[in-house]
Design a protein around this ligand. Structure first.
Ligand code: MG
Length: 166
């Protein structure tokens, strides 16, 4: 497959506190764990960081402006639906995701076994080739809120090319 040109780049980050009684969903993949992200939506830090990266690349407002957490419509919502709405806006501007580089910051659980499933799911949601989606996981060596296991976070970069005419 020929290499597709990148016309725009965007970055996004997100962090949620970890609390009991919530499902841990990372990149639209449920990861078994005793804690999950506090938050208004499903708290999927990977998709939230990707949404802000897409928005940044396309010159759209940030996730909090597009989907206010004061709006009951977004309570407990599957963040995949939010990502789909943002992608529609990105495509309407004539762009399409080419690649995504994702770092998940979590002390626990161990994420290595889940990285392939997260990569495939993120690629599916973005409509990108899985070979152009990278999912990396890092611990924080026991320091700061992530390192103490109090929070999970994500950093994401997305490259946009010209959209297809599909
Ligand atoms: Mg969030």
């Amino acid at each position: 497959m020929p290499e597709q040109a990148i016309h725009r780049v965007g970055i996004g980050t997100d962090l949620h506190r970890l609390v009991p009684g919530r499902r841990l969903v990372l990149g639209h993949v449920e990861v078994p764990f005793e804690l999950g992200p506090a938050g208004h939506s499903d708290g999927d830090v990977v998709l939230h960081a990707l949404i802000d990266a897409l928005a940044g690349a396309a010159g759209l407002p940030d996730i909090g402006e597009m989907f206010p957490d004061s709006d009951p419509a977004y309570a407990g919502i599957d963040s995949g639906r939010l990502l789909e709405q943002v992608l529609q806006r990105v495509r309407a501007l004539g762009f399409a995701p080419v690649n995504a580089d994702v770092i998940i910051h979590a002390e626990r659980p161990r994420l290595s076994p889940f990285k392939p499933a997260i990569r495939d799911e993120v690629a599916r949601l973005l409509g990108a080739d899985p070979a152009r989606v990278s999912i990396k996981a890092k611990t924080h060596e026991g320091v700061d809120a992530v390192g103490r296991g109090e929070a999970v976070a994500c950093t994401a970069v997305v490259g946009l090319g010209r959209g297809s005419t599909r």
